[in-house]
Design a protein around this ligand. Structure first.
Ligand code: SF4
Ligand code: SF4
Length: 245
């Protein structure tokens, strides 16, 4: 279903175009700054909501809404090499864990959170309305774009994204509890091993292997549906039910 993919790409492209307005809602630095003052910043609210979102929609935010995803889809025009370094996925955990610990430490030192400010540091307008915001915005763009251009398809998501661990943990808890939610399933007996799903996967997953194993779960799957839509035998499906393990 090519139409679904066109719609998905249009949505994340629009999200990327809105990034100058929304960038602070995805800022890991503002969470730290807010925590040091006992303030729950807008980005902290965003990440908490995405953690909860993952219980129902897994990592679909990454492929359907994320502005960084929109930028990286554009970067594929310059470098569409698959990113096949699964061990490097752990880099983001090595960044994320100390960052979360630092948030906790700063919040404790500030005597806990005593205010919620969704527009923290945005009281005077959007980030790009001031020079500091412009520098931060283009710095973030560079940080996302550089790995994608150097290491290939969505390599920023694999190695550095500070948001994805919230959704990976949310999805993991959901799966452990066998809760209903959006996921992939497959009928492995129908697979003709054409490899089309592998080629299309924006997260460079070995989708055909997942199909052969009869278990489509993968922490890096962003539920884009490219494999669902490209499969000539309709082997892969979206499902709301838990698969058996
Ligand atoms: S496995 Fe399928 S749904 Fe998941 S990221 Fe790859 S192409 Fe998208
Ligand atoms: S695209 Fe479909 S038939 Fe081809 S390898 Fe993937 S699951 Fe099998």
């Amino acid at each position: 279903m090519k139409k679904r993919q066109s719609i998905r790409k249009a949505i994340i492209l629009i999200s990327f175009l809105l990034f100058p307005v929304t960038v602070y809602f995805f800022s890991p630095a503002l969470i730290l700054q807010g925590a040091s003052e006992g303030v729950v910043a807008g980005s902290m609210i965003t990440f908490a909501l995405l953690f909860l979102f993952a219980f129902i929609f897994g990592r679909a935010f990454c492929s359907w809404i994320c502005p960084s995803g929109g930028l990286q889809e554009c970067a594929r025009l310059a470098n569409d090499k698959p990113f096949r370094h699964p061990r490097w996925n752990w880099i983001k955990a090595a960044i994320w864990v100390p960052w979360v610990l630092l948030i906790v430490i700063l919040a404790i030192k500030a005597g806990g959170f005593h205010a919620i400010k969704p527009l923290y540091q945005m009281e005077d307008g959007i980030p790009l309305s001031e020079s500091q915001g412009v520098v931060i915005y283009f710095g973030v763009l560079f940080f996302i774009l550089a790995p994608a251009l150097l290491a290939g398809r969505r390599s920023f998501c694999h190695m550095f994204c500070w948001i994805s661990p919230f959704m990976i943990i949310g999805s993991w808890i959901r799966n452990r509890l066998r809760l209903p939610g959006l996921r992939l399933t497959s009928n492995k007996d129908d697979c003709i091993h054409c490899g089309a799903c592998d080629k299309k996967c924006p997260m460079s997953l070995q989708v055909e292997k997942l199909v052969s194993k009869g278990n489509m779960r993968n922490a890096e799957c962003i539920l884009c549906g490219e494999c669902v839509d490209v499969c000539p035998k309709k082997v892969i499906h979206f499902s709301w039910k838990d698969d058996k393990r």
